[in-house]
Ligand binder design. Structure first.
Ligand code: 3HC
Ligand code: NAI
Length: 710
């Protein structure tokens, strides 16, 4: 008989039925069997039922669908807790007087693995993913994971798993001792039942993980904790939960189980309350929401089996690598044989670097290069399903390339441009099939950076947009839908906060102080380090291009131009804002640059003043948020969360702050607006509050309230 626990639970999320002497307990809570309150209640009730039923001799826990249990229900975090709490459910499972077996397929993550660890025996099948990824959400395992895992697999292995948050395969889990048995087929139900019956036949006892003995070498365990603490202090700059994890694992070694659990709980609640948890959980959902652009719901993607790339420079080569890595054949077009050879060499250089680091075999490189063909004739693109243009940033050059694509490509081929700033509507309008034209804005290095801005021109057809999202999936990129404007989402906002940084520099802050403040906020690099890395000439060209249309009243800081005029383009020329020793990529402050800045201040009639790091960040972030609001207001970004994901994946924004718009919500929009109005007293043209920001403040609303509307 199948019993469901629906008396006080609306959904039949946990069912149980007798299979011989085994009570089969199935968690069926789509999409991923997260441990929401109904599931916790259901699990508790199932254990009670097993205890009461004398015909039941063992309990088998299994997940319906593609996973065992993906973890706690992340949507419940930050809301008032609903009993029973997961640690209590785990205790009850562990305390069961009849053997409880967890049969794991798909994800057993976070609380899901903690449930399995509370069971007495564990079997998993190929394809299972076991892990404690709480750290990635600013948390620590809060249902016994920090106490049971080290007791079961030792301090070192537990610390590695919990601090990295990585997923272990079933095979590795077996080697670690996290599971007892690897199933030989992928039929999780059959495997689980067979294992349960085998345990019963062998009269296997109840075996509680809290009593496991992997911490018996206390000195070695404490040494692992000390090493992990030193490493974590060095590596997890600014993060709150990793050191708490180390503390909790230390308690597993030094304290009785119940005391360790108490500490774990207290630390878990501290993490739950931290702004980092809020930022990281926002990032988790935002990076999934961006995938749901309207066209992906209404249109079917076109098939993509081959790719063309026009241009084999920095971007073309990186895009080609990304496509080759995804298993796609790539045809590269260049201007002449020498450029084509350089394009191929760029690609090989990436692979040779991986081989040198031992991260790729020569065979793998050969297999990838076998998918690459090059040509100086566009005719070679006749059969390509999708072509990405990555030639010089010049509309005439690009329109000439698109005229060729229009001539040679088959009907239905998607024609994409990787332009950073140019008007894609104008490119589309210049050919006979504008509905096939789209922007695919990759970031440098294109084989590594995860962001892909999918820039949607006016005339494009919905299935082309859907195809771009599909391509992103194939290339393992995170796509964000953007509208056409100068710089789309990311570079448009970048231009504004760069201007804010330039203004602070001219007003008295050194570029080195600004970079340091921005790094302390959590970015890997400050804005002037980024200029030196990307090459100062790129921004210089863009500034020159914009000069004729620049508002003559707008403040224009010329310091960067003075450096470029000297040929100081950053790392590639050995000096930019910083001075680089030959072969070094980390620069030193340059007194000559400081002298140039002084001279520019004088020329501009600025009396330098000092800035605190806090003032720097207030201005930097206010500029970023204000332009982010404009971008949403104008429909360039669908929602604030699209701005957040753009910055998390393309601009090094610290993930634990959730993105600029989430940051603004956490600071409070009235505070940001008040800052902007204060700064506007010095420069009203630059610090013009975004109408959206003003409206939200007037309504008492926040950016999050706009995140549901795509
Ligand atoms: N809670 C709530 N919703 C969740 C969830 C969770 N733990 N995990 C996934 N989801 C949702 C996703 O938001 C998505 O919803 P949507 O369809 O509305 O966008 C849906 O489930 C499917 O998720 P994915 O698109 O990610 O599906 P995949 O098949 O690609 O991946 C997965 C599945 C590997 C399980 C992946 O979703 C994942 O990694 N989930 C998070 C796992 C995790 O971090 N668990 C730890 C939670 S914290 C915890 O357990 C605390 C405990 O110690 C007390
Ligand atoms: P690049 O100068 O390194 O490469 C351009 C390549 O295009 C050269 O190899 C050149 O020989 C080739 N080319 C020029 N005209 C051609 C033609 N008519 N037919 C075939 N090949 C031609 O430039 P990069 O940096 O790769 O930029 C390319 C595009 O990508 C630009 O639109 C740029 O704005 C954009 N982009 C650049 C980023 C970067 O960080 N470098 C980031 C994102 C986009």
């Amino acid at each position: 008989m199948k019993t469901t626990f629906s008396a006080d639970a609306p959904a039949n999320v946990v069912t149980h039925e007798a299979r011989g002497k085994v009570l089969l307990v199935t968690i069926d809570h789509p999409p991923v069997n997260a441990l929401s309150a109904d599931v916790r209640r259901g699990l508790l009730a199932a254990v009670e039922a097993a205890e009461k039923d004398s015909a039941v001799e063992a309990v088998l826990l299994i997940g319906a669908g593609r996973n065992f249990i993906a973890g706690a229900d992340i949507r419940e975090f930050g809301k008032p807790p609903v009993p029973p709490m997961l640690p209590d459910v785990c205790h009850r499972i562990e305390a069961c007087t009849k053997p409880v077996i967890a049969a794991i397929h798909g994800a057993a993550l976070g609380g899901g693995l903690e449930v399995a660890l509370a069971a007495h025996y564990r079997i998993a099948v190929e394809g299972a993913k076991l892990g404690l990824p709480e750290v990635q959400l600013g948390l620590l395992p809060g249902a016994g994971g920090t106490q049971r895992t080290p007791r079961l697999i030792g301090a070192q292995a537990a610390l590695d798993l919990i601090l990295s948050g990585r997923h272990a395969s079933a095979k590795e889990a077996l080697a670690l001792g996290l599971i007892d048995r690897l199933g030989s087929s992928d039929d999780i139900l059959a495997e689980g039942l067979a294992y349960a019956h085998e345990l019963l036949a062998a009269q296997a006892p109840v075996r509680r993980t809290r009593e496991a003995a992997a911490l018996s070498d206390r000195a070695a365990s404490l040494a692992a904790v000390n090493a992990a603490r030193a490493e974590t202090e060095k590596k997890s700059r600014g993060l709150f939960s990793p050191l708490k994890i180390v503390d909790a694992v230390q308690a597993a070694i030094e304290q009785p189980f119940e005391e360790g659990i108490k500490l774990e709980r207290a630390l878990f609640l501290q993490c739950i309350d931290s702004p980092q948890r809020a930022g990281l959980v926002h990032a988790f959902f935002a990076e999934r929401e961006v995938l749901k652009a309207p066209e992906t719901r209404t249109a079917r993607p076109r098939a993509i089996e081959s790719i063309g790339v026009v241009g084999g420079g920095t971007m073309g080569a990186g895009i080609a690598v990304a496509a080759l890595d995804a298993g796609l054949p790539v045809t590269m077009i260049e201007r002449d044989d020498a450029s084509l050879a350089r394009g191929r060499a760029h690609i090989e250089k990436v692979y040779d670097g991986l081989i040198a680091k031992g991260r790729m075999s020569a065979d793998n490189k050969a297999a990838r290069m076998a998918r690459w063909t090059g040509s100086t004739s566009y005719d070679a693109l006749a059969q390509a399903d999708l072509v990405i243009e990555a030639v010089f940033e010049d509309i005439a050059v690009k329109q000439a390339v698109f005229a060729e694509l229009d001539r040679v490509c088959k009907a239905g081929a998607v024609l994409a441009t990787n332009t950073s700033y140019l008007d894609i509507d104008a490119i589309a309008a210049s050919i006979s099939r504008p509905a096939d034209v789209i922007g695919l804005h990759f970031f440098s290095p294109a084989n590594i950076m995860k962001l892909l801005e999918v820039v949607v021109p006016k005339q494009v057809s919905a299935d082309v947009v859907a195809t771009a999202f599909e391509l992103a999936k194939m290339l393992r990129k995170t796509p964000v839908r953007a509208g056409v404007c100068d710089g789309f989402i990311g570079n448009r906002i970048l231009a504004v906060y760069r201007s804010a940084a330039d203004a602070m520099m001219e007003d008295g802050a050194s570029p080195y102080q600004i970079d340091a403040a921005v790094r302390a906020f959590g970015f890997p690099m400050g804005p002037f380090q980024v200029v030196d890395l990307a090459g100062g000439d790129i921004g210089w060209a863009a500034r020159k291009r914009r000069a004729p249309t620049r508002d003559p009243r707008a403040r224009y800081v010329q310091i960067a131009d003075r450096l470029c005029e000297r040929g100081w383009f950053g790392q590639k020329t050995g000096r930019g804002f910083y001075l680089y020793e030959p072969g070094s990529r980390s620069g030193k402050p340059d007194p000559e640059v400081e002298a140039i800045i002084d001279a520019e201040r004088e020329r501009a009639g600025v009396k330098p003043r000092s800035f605190t790091d806090d003032e720097i960040i207030r201005r930097y972030m206010a500029a970023m948020v204000n332009e982010g609001a404009n971008v949403v207001h104008e429909g360039i970004a669908l929602r604030p969360l699209d701005v957040d994901v753009t910055f998390l994946y393309g601009y090094g924004f610290p993930r634990y702050r959730g993105g600029p718009m989430k940051f603004a919500d956490m600071v409070g929009l009235p505070t940001i607006l008040a800052d902007i109005r204060e700064f506007a007293e010095e420069d009203a043209l630059f610090w013009k509050p975004s109408p959206l920001l003003v409206e939200l403040v007037e309504r008492g609303a926040d950016f999050a309230s706009l995140n549901q509307t795509a």
